[in-house]
Write a protein that binds this ligand. Structure first.
Ligand SMILES: NC(=O)c1ccc[n+]([C@@H]2O[C@H](COP(=O)([O-])OP(=O)(O)OC[C@H]3O[C@@H](n4cnc5c(N)ncnc54)[C@H](O)[C@@H]3O)[C@@H](O)[C@H]2O)c1
Length: 320
C-alpha cells in the first residue's frame, strides 16, 4: 500500500511510519519539521518538506505523486500556545486540513485517516466522553480540530477520524507543553524537580503510543467510517501519575507547585467502547507498563523491581 503521512516526522506520526514500513508499505511524508525531527524518520520513508497551510507549496511538493491512503497528523498541538496564536492555529489546523484533503483527492487516495483529539475537543468530561457527547472545546486548538473534523466528514473521500486521548511514549518532545509524561521522565532522568500545575488533581486519559499505532493501522483497513475515540477510558490525575512514576523511577528530585494554566480542562477522558464494539481497536497497554517502556526508551534508570513485565502489550489497558 502507498500511504502519505502528514506530520510523519513528529512523535506519533513517526511511530506509525515505522509500523507501515515494517509491514511493507511505501511511505511518503509531508512535514515542515517545525516540531518534528528528521532523526525520527526511518530512511526508507520519503520526506518532502512542505507546510500544509500553503496549498501551492503542498501541491508543488507532491506533483506527480500517487497514494492509496492519507494519514493526517500534521498540526500545531499546544493548547496554551493556541490561546496566544489563534491565527496560526487556524491556518495550520483548519486551512491545512482543507489543503491536505484536496491533495489526497489529487493523489488518488481512497482512504483518509484524520487524527483528531479527544483530550481537547470534549471540554470537561465528568464521565468519560463517548463520540455522541457534544463537543465543547475550551481552547482554540480544540475548536479548530473540531472544525477540521467537519471538513473531513464533508469531503468526498472515505474517511475516519480518530479522537486520540493523551498519547505518551518514546520520542515525545520534552519542551514545555509537550506531554506531561515526557516532561516528567526528562526531569527524573536529569534529577530535576517536576512542576505540578494547580492542585495536581487534573485528570487525563493516557494512552500508549504503540496502542495508537495499532488503531491507525486498523483504521487504514478501510472498513470503518466516522468518528472513533482512541483512549483507555481511565482518568489518571497528575498526583496519581507522580505516584506511578515514583514506583518505576524512585522519588522525584523535588516537586514545584505552579498556578493552573489557561485553556486547560480539569478532567479529559474518552470512552473507547465504540471502537471495541465495532471491532476496530482496544487499548492493550496498562499505564504502569507504558511508563516503564517509555522510561527505558529514554534511558532512565528503573527501580530494580520495576522492569517491564510483558513488553507492554496484552496486559489489560484498563487495569492500572
Ligand atoms: N500527543 C498527543 O497526546 C495527542 C493527543 C491527541 C491528538 N494528537 C494529534 O496527533 C497529531 C500528532 O501530534 P504529535 O503529538 O505527534 O505532535 P508533533 O508535534 O510531534 O507532530 C506534529 C508534526 O506535524 C508537523 N507539522 C506541524 N505543522 C506543520 C505544517 N504547517 N506543515 C507540515 N507539517 C507540520 C510537525 O513538524 C510534526 O512533525 C496532531 O494532529 C495532534 O493534534 C496528539
Amino acid at each position: 500500500m502507498r500511504v502519505l503521512v502528514t506530520g510523519g516526522a513528529g512523535f506519533i506520526g513517526s511511530h506509525v511510519v515505522d509500523a507501515m514500513l515494517a509491514r511493507g508499505d511505501q511511505v511518503l511524508v509531508a512535514d515542515d519539521l517545525s516540531t518534528g525531527d528528521r532523526a525520527n524518520l526511518d530512511k526508507r520513508a520519503e520526506l518532502r518538506i512542505a507546510d500544509i497551510s500553503s496549498a501551492t507549496t503542498l501541491a508543488e511538493a507532491f506533483r506527480g505523486a500517487r497514494t492509496d491512503a492519507v494519514v493526517h497528523f500534521a498540526a500545531k498541538t499546544k493548547v496554551v500556545e493556541s490561546m496566544e496564536k489563534e491565527a496560526l492555529y487556524r491556518r495550520v489546523i483548519v486551512d491545512g486540513t482543507r489543503n491536505v484533503l484536496n491533495l489526497a483527492e489529487t493523489l488518488g487516495a481512497r482512504t483518509f485517516v484524520n487524527i483528531s483529539t479527544g483530550g481537547a475537543i470534549y471540554g470537561e468530561t465528568p464521565v468519560c466522553a463517548a463520540e455522541t457527547a457534544p463537543t465543547a472545546a475550551v481552547s482554540n486548538y480544540g475548536r479548530f480540530k473540531a472544525e477540521a473534523e467537519r471538513l473531513v466528514a464533508a469531503s468526498r473521500l472515505l474517511s475516519i477520524t480518530l479522537r486520540l486521548a493523551n498519547v505518551y511514549g518514546a520520542r515525545q518532545r520534552k519542551d514545555l507543553e509537550g506531554g506531561v509524561i515526557a516532561i516528567f521522565v526528562g526531569c527524573w532522568a536529569r534529577a530535576e524537580p517536576i512542576t505540578v500545575y494547580g492542585d495536581g488533581r487534573y485528570e487525563r486519559d493516557y494512552v500508549y503510543v504503540a496502542d495508537v499505532v495499532e488503531a491507525v493501522l486498523a483504521a487504514l483497513g478501510g472498513k470503518h467510517r466516522g468518528i472513533y475515540n482512541i483512549g483507555t477510558g481511565v482518568a489518571t490525575s497528575v498526583n496519581e501519575l507522580v505516584s506511578a512514576l515514583t514506583a518505576v523511577l524512585g522519588p522525584p528530585a523535588g516537586v514545584r507547585r505552579a498556578p493552573p494554566r489557561a485553556g486547560e480542562v480539569l478532567r479529559a477522558c474518552v470512552d473507547p467502547s465504540k471502537a471495541g464494539r465495532d471491532r476496530l481497536w482496544r487499548s492493550r497497554t496498562a499505564l504502569a507498563d507504558g511508563l516503564r517502556l517509555t522510561a527505558l526508551a529514554e534511558g532512565a534508570d528503573l527501580q530494580s523491581d520495576a522492569a517491564p513485565s510483558v513488553g507492554g502489550a496484552g496486559s489489560g489497558g484498563e487495569s492500572r
